[in-house]
Design a protein around this ligand. Structure first.
Ligand SMILES: C[S@@+](CC[C@H](N)C(=O)[O-])C[C@H]1O[C@@H](n2cnc3c(N)ncnc32)[C@H](O)[C@@H]1O
Length: 252
């Protein structure tokens, strides 16, 4: 399943245009504040194109990032000064091996949904343990499964339309098919964009693992990490019937 979590170049290309609109207002303040409150080095697993990383670096954080997708990393590297590029490494979190220990490790925006097997999830959690300082904290988030969406799937529809540069339109179509027994939502994303000469279209299908609350508690207790708490949103509220995200806080 590993290769399915590698983001293709056309997904990486439009990533910022989409998620800076639909996600940044939800989670950025939370993670940037956590980074700001950290004195020592910070690591972002699945750093992507740098939605948090770039701002944190500008704010003076001693931040590092790894990601499994070459096309995501390439975009990030081109967005930061050359002298900072050594902070970003192409690496699978399941093989995390850096010569630094971190006071804070984060895996924002559903990175763990790309880890399909329990073996893979535990490998990552235990590598995080060995990369944390004694007082170090690990924070990640996941979507809370909606039983209706899981049962029905998501029929193909346009979920984003915009411009990727002035006058150049693109749209994204998304659909999902549930695989309840394997706790996977098989997601298909199609991007249609116009360039100088024609309309282009590319499609990517990949599995997203969904998790339940007590599964997360059990998973973490199987790892070397200790669970601190699971919040229900980025404002710090406890889990409640309106919660859309699990925000999982662990310590060494
Ligand atoms: C939804 S994006 C999140 C990117 C960034 N954290 C953000 O919030 O915008 C998930 C990222 O996780 C990366 N990823 C998926 N599986 C990974 C793995 N096993 N190791 C490292 N990165 C991984 C993907 O390449 C992708 O860049």
């Amino acid at each position: 399943m590993k290769e399915n979590s590698i983001y293709p170049a056309f997904i990486a290309r439009f990533y910022n245009n989409i998620y800076e609109h639909v996600r940044t207002g939800i989670d950025t303040e939370f993670y940037l504040q956590k980074i700001k409150n950290t004195k020592g080095p910070v690591l972002e697993l699945g750093v992507g194109t740098g939605r948090f990383f770039i701002e944190a670096l500008k704010n003076g954080a001693d931040i590092y990032g790894i990601d499994i997708s070459p096309s995501m990393i390439e975009i990030l590297r081109n967005r930061i000064p050359a002298k900072e590029r050594k902070r970003v490494t192409l690496m699978d979190a399941a093989r995390l091996n850096l010569p630094v220990k971190f006071d804070l490790i984060i895996a924002p925006f559903r990175v763990f949904s790309h880890l399909i097997s329990v073996d893979q999830q535990l490998k990552v959690l235990n590598h995080i343990y060995t990369h944390l300082t004694k007082e170090g904290i690990f924070i990640f988030d996941l979507f809370i499964p909606d039983p209706k969406v899981l049962a029905d799937g998501i029929p193909e529809h346009i979920d984003f339309e915009g411009e990727y540069k002035p006058g150049k339109k693109f749209k994204r179509l998304i659909s999902a098919k549930p695989d309840i027994i394997n706790q996977i939502s098989q997601v298909t994303m199609k991007i249609i964009w116009e360039d100088e000469v024609k309309e282009n279209s590319e499609e990517w299908s990949f599995p997203m693992r969904f998790y339940y609350r007590y599964e997360l508690e059990h998973l973490i207790s199987l790892s070397k990490l200790k669970l601190v708490e699971i919040l229900g949103d980025f404002s710090g509220n406890k889990l409640n019937p309106e919660s859309k995200d699990f925000i999982v806080i662990c310590k060494r």
